[in-house]
Design a protein around this ligand. Structure first.
Ligand SMILES: CC(C)(COP(=O)(O)OP(=O)(O)OC[C@H]1O[C@@H](n2cnc3c(N)ncnc32)[C@H](O)[C@@H]1OP(=O)(O)O)[C@@H](O)C(=O)NCCC(=O)NCCS
Length: 153
């Protein structure tokens, strides 16, 4: 049986400090356990050299991704990605990651994810990321982080 996909029209745009309230709302919904403090949200929306993108549907932020370059531009790190529940399974995270990878333009991209986060792990595997290591006890509640990597070389 084929699953019908509902597809919403969205745009991928640069995010900036004006998106603070929308990002705060999205973070609280997407990351009930790991939401960033307000100061970190301000930083991610304002610090230089960060790729910060939002997915927008009719002026509303429905998804967000941020990534930065490390090791003199050799390594990119995706620090956060989230899509509001009612907009999931429509390819929005895939589009955000694709555009973030393109703009980071690094040989390697890495990210970390909770071991129990099967949705995100499926997404990363589908996009060609492979697990390279673990960080035991990384999250505040003691859960292990899995480190995934994608090589563009
Ligand atoms: C993980 C998350 C970003 C995925 O966003 P999304 O826009 O739904 O992802 P996409 O539509 O691009 O999904 C692409 C593929 O990923 C996999 N995938 C995504 N969600 C999945 C789910 N709930 N169950 C199984 N596979 C899933 C599927 O292979 C999917 O392709 P398909 O829909 O054709 O089967 C979203 O669920 C989310 O915001 N979760 C909460 C925040 C979070 O965990 N962020 C990651 C932190 S590391």
């Amino acid at each position: 049986m084929q699953r019908e996909k509902h597809v919403t029209l969205y745009k991928i745009l640069n995010a900036n400090w004006r998106d603070l309230n929308a990002l705060h709302h999205l973070e609280q919904i997407c990351f009930p356990k790991d939401g960033w403090p307000l100061l970190d949200l301000i930083s991610v929306l304002t610090y230089p050299n960060i790729v910060r993108l939002k997915a927008v549907v009719e002026e509303k932020m429905v998804g967000f991704i941020a990534g930065d370059r490390r090791d003199e531009g050799y390594l990119g790190w995706i620090a956060t990605i989230g899509v509001l529940p009612e907009y999931r399974r429509q390819g929005i995270a895939t589009a955000l990651i694709g555009e973030c990878e393109r703009r980071l333009n690094t040989a390697i991209i890495r990210l970390n994810v909770r071991r129990s986060n099967m949705e995100a792990i499926s997404l990363y595997k589908q996009l060609g990321y492979v697990q390279i290591s673990t960080w035991p006890g990384y999250y505040q509640d003691g859960e292990e982080a899995l480190i995934f990597e994608k090589r563009n070389i």
